[in-house]
Design a protein around this ligand. Sequence first.
Ligand code: SF4
Length: 236
Amino acid sequence: MTTCIRCGACCRDGGPALHRQDLGLLTADPGGVRPFLDIADLVTLRAGEPVRDQPAGQGLAVLTTEMVKIRGRAPGDWTCVFYDPEPSTCIRHPWRPWECRLQDCRNPEALRTAYLEDRATRFDIMPAGGRLASLATMHETHCSVPAMARLALAFRRGDQNAESLLLRMLAMDQSARGMLAEVGGGAAEGFVLGRPLAGLLDVFGLAVTRGEDGALHLVKVGLWRYPETATAEQTA
Ligand code: SF4
């Protein structure tokens, strides 16, 4: 174990991904001493999402398998929700996750080596067959990020059928979030369903607009920044 100088840089850079070693943190301590991680404290980055490649910290990479992280303090602010800037400390320090224990600014190799090992997924955390797991499975089946990327690319290449399919996918994503809220799971939306698909449109250089006909349409508003198929898109 290393001595942390409490600069807070790693905590401001984003909360840790959870690994199977951390699953015990999600159960209540019978003695009531250790606070437990609530699923509302977590966010899922789903397979296919473009993410900054921590800990290398360079460029966007496409996630091949999903990861569950401790969420940030606010939308757009990835500073770990358990980081207290005054006086630069972790409010869960004795119970911090495995990645935080490996973190050593002066020797990043340990974390870099272990970063991809034994990552926990939503399905390690949600009871199998339960309502939340079933909703997440249904959502993943109909609203996966790789499927969205394929439709976005097809649309950019002029396939109008892809437009209606992608708009339907966005509506299903919204509908799943509404269903989750109805059963009282709204606070854990980021964990159960990940980030809204509408928030990913930007990386495909797309936006939704309402046309003069009153219907929703997709429009190109920028460049394709999704890491995969980037070369192919240069001709789209
Ligand atoms: S859990 Fe604690 S040590 Fe880990 S990133 Fe969050 S604030 Fe920092």
